[in-house]
Design a protein around this ligand. Sequence first.
Ligand SMILES: Nc1nc2c(ncn2[C@@H]2O[C@H](COP(=O)(O)OP(=O)(O)OP(=O)(O)O)[C@@H](O)[C@H]2O)c(=O)[nH]1
Length: 395
Amino acid sequence: MLKIDPELLNNASLSPHRRALEQGYRWLRFDDELEQQFRAFYLQGHVARVRLVTYMCIVLFLLFVILDLATLPAYVSARTVSIRLALIIPSLIVVLLASYRAVWRAHLGTAVFAAALVIGLSTVAVIGSALAVGYQIPYEGILLVALFVYLIAGLTWRRALLVNVVTLCAFVIMEFWLQTDPRARLYQIVFMCAANGVGAYGAYFLEHSIRTTFLVNTLLHELAALDGLTGLSNRRTLNIHLERIWRQALRDRQAVAIAMIDIDYFKRYNDRYGHAPGDAALKAVADVIAAQARRPLDLTARYGGEEFAVVWYDPVPGELRAMGEALAAAVAALRIAHLDSELGSLSVSVGVTIGLPCAGDNAAALLRAADQALYQAKRQGRNRVVVSEPVPALV
Ligand SMILES: Nc1nc2c(ncn2[C@@H]2O[C@H](COP(=O)(O)OP(=O)(O)OP(=O)(O)O)[C@@H](O)[C@H]2O)c(=O)[nH]1
């Protein structure tokens, strides 16, 4: 198993990904929501490979058809070739189609699972159909299929195990039914079980590592993009997001608004109540701020210390003040006691501004204008909202 650096876990926020890494996933399953995310990640990384492997399989099975026609008596090859052409090749074509059609791609995993099942059972049928007419054909092909299903097909471990257990059962039944040589039967069943053991063991560790990679990837992304204390975006993410939606707003001829929010007298709060309650208050304020920007292109960030930013894409200009006041009211509604503030409870000052992007400008001017509005709110006595004039030349 891959060992995770404990420092990485200590620094990451308490996300479901961190929890999964701490709790482990020896049964190769996460909680429902995380499992869905993992499946999407797994599929995304496997589409190209599954497609390539499917082409290889089609070529391989067509070669088997040629081999059957060249080496087997006609009364045997008539059976084996028809199974390969009527069942195996069509199931592989379905997988190929699912890998190409965007609308079907969500079902690619199911298509591979069904194809693997068809291939496993058809291979048993190929061997059985020959045995039924008294002809022993090499059974090694089915060992190849078992290892292929575990290690190459891109199936999750549980699905690969299910396919192989079903195939193994069918193989054992077929051997007892049609195999007349008890020594051959014993050897073939033992080798099938051994191939399953080796395949299942290898596939387990492979998927465990892929799950670890998925979790660590997400944690690293969180560490780079989010603020560790509040879980909001950090300043770097804010800047990247702002530049991105600025360009989009320029294309769509839409406005962008920013609110800068700063907790009032937070130094006094820390001094009176201590740093840990200060952290808890920051987190509570961050949570209510996060609830004020929910549309896909909106963003809430911790700008630094006790200062936050909210970005709204395409807001209604006449509602800017109301949006700023909603932020301040949501914080006031927390009723966090602050006896060293005139109000007796924690409050925020808010500066809001709006801009309509023009070619050649950038979002920094908007951020500066929101910061100046916040500065004015502080100078005017705190616990208030100042809405600045739209950024000149931007609106
Ligand atoms: N507990 C805690 N405090 C923090 C954190 N980040 C910054 N601070 C504190 O926030 C305080 C900010 O103080 P100032 O910049 O003087 O602002 P203020 O006391 O809020 O005064 P005004 O903004 O003018 O109302 C400082 O005491 C910082 O130590 C943090 O992550 N946790």
